[in-house]
Ligand binder design. Structure first.
Ligand code: SF4
Length: 379
């Protein structure tokens, strides 16, 4: 019997494709994407944004290629990028061919928008010749006119039909390395469209709530929409669309996946909201810890709880825990009370413990021995 069966998510069985070195679909980890918002011909600025996103853990980055200057810049961007690049094309078939030749790992283009069948064939040939996959991106705001006339307004059925029409064009050209999105800024519409598409095909799905808004509202909206789908096992790669720094999109993408146990990366902090019972400044402590531990990439759980009401219980579930006591706070290692730390050393001490734990895990040591040595050395 599965332990804690209520946490189990049965992922939809999708076919696996590749975006460069990253597998998408099947049993591959759900990947996190973002998109640059620099001018693509600004190669240094674009690469800087890609590198910052990569440091935050991004798996794949999309770069807009609206003109020839952009596809010309793409070659160097692809060469120097630490992660695979998706070229965002939309309409112009020549840009798609140039992007494929420049080394893009994936083309974001809707074959139904390219025009003549001969142009579709040329784009598919370029994708195949250069090992690119293709992302079909249906958006509620830009559905084909005939579908809008037939359905009256953007609706899940129209979005699914649009996606299937684009898929069919690629399949007619013997191309199957495809992933698909059916995005809308309306959570209900996006979720219903993805549910319909998940039933209608086995291609990997790229999830997103488009134009979700600014950092706070967009995060909440994306978490609600993506959360429903991911919890139901739908989704193979995610992009959180925020009017904010792409690095924030990556962090939010991970946090959504971490909340559902679908990816683990870096320090997951369980912390209480604090109240009059707190024995140290919880909010300030957590803010400082988040900042000082942002470089940790190996998965580690940490609980920071202001008093004994919930501290011991949460500490039992985390690798490192701290519970507020009068000036001397109790530190838990692997769920058990271990030692005390003075108030003025609290943040430095937790950082030392987490860094020691991260280094040990990175070196293949899954025991807590190194941590005990760190405590002994510091005491
Ligand atoms: S754990 Fe203690 S300090 Fe934190 S919110 Fe609960 S009662 Fe307040």
């Amino acid at each position: 019997m599965t332990v804690r069966a209520y946490r189990h998510i049965e992922r939809r069985l999708s076919r696996k494709i590749r975006v460069g070195s990253v597998e998408v679909g099947g049993d591959a980890p759900i990947s996190v994407q973002t998109m640059t918002n620099t001018q693509t011909p600004d190669i240094a600025g674009t690469l800087d944004q890609i590198r910052r996103a990569a440091e935050a853990g991004v798996d794949i980055v999309r770069v807009s290629c609206p003109d020839e200057d952009s596809t010309a810049a793409l070659r160097q961007i692809v060469r120097e990028s630490p992660v695979p690049i998706v070229a965002d094309i939309h309409f112009h078939y020549r840009r798609a061919i140039e992007a494929a030749e420049a080394g893009a790992a994936c083309l974001r283009i809707n074959p139904g928008n390219i025009g003549a069948a001969s142009r579709v064939r040329e784009v598919v040939k370029a994708a195949r010749d250069h090992g690119c996959s293709i992302r079909i991106g249906v958006n509620a705001g830009s559905l084909e006119r005939d579908l809008l006339e037939r359905f009256g307004e953007p609706c899940p059925e129209a979005m699914v039909e649009s996606a299937l029409n684009h898929i069919r064009i690629l399949e007619d050209n013997d191309f199957f390395e495809t992933k698909i999105s059916v995005k809308a800024s309306d959570v209900f519409l996006a979720v219903a469209a993805y549910q319909g598409l998940a039933e209608a095909c086995d291609y990997p799905l790229h999830l997103g709530i488009t134009e979700a808004g600014g950092l706070r509202a967009g995060t909440v909206k994306s978490a609600v929409g993506l959360g429903m789908l991911l919890w139901a096992g739908i989704g193979d790669t995610v992009r959180v669309s925020l009017s904010a720094d792409p690095v924030e999109e990556v962090k939010v993408g991970y946090d959504i996946l971490k909340s559902l146990g679908l990816r683990r990366r870096g320090v997951t902090i369980v912390s209480c909201p604090s109240c009059a019972r707190q024995r140290f400044q919880v909010i300030d402590t957590v803010t400082r810890l988040e900042d000082r531990l942002s470089h940790i990439t190996v998965p580690i759980s940490l609980s920071v709880i202001g008093c004994v009401v919930n501290g011991p219980g949460e500490a039992r579930e985390t690798e490192i825990g701290v519970t507020g006591g009068g000036g001397h706070h109790l530190v838990y290692i692997n769920g058990s009370p271990d030692h005390k730390v003075d108030d003025d050393r609290l943040v430095d001490h937790i950082v030392e413990l987490v860094e020691a734990r991260a280094a040990a895990i990175a070196a293949g040591d899954t025991t807590m021995t190194t941590l005990k040595r760190t405590v002994a050395a510091g005491s």
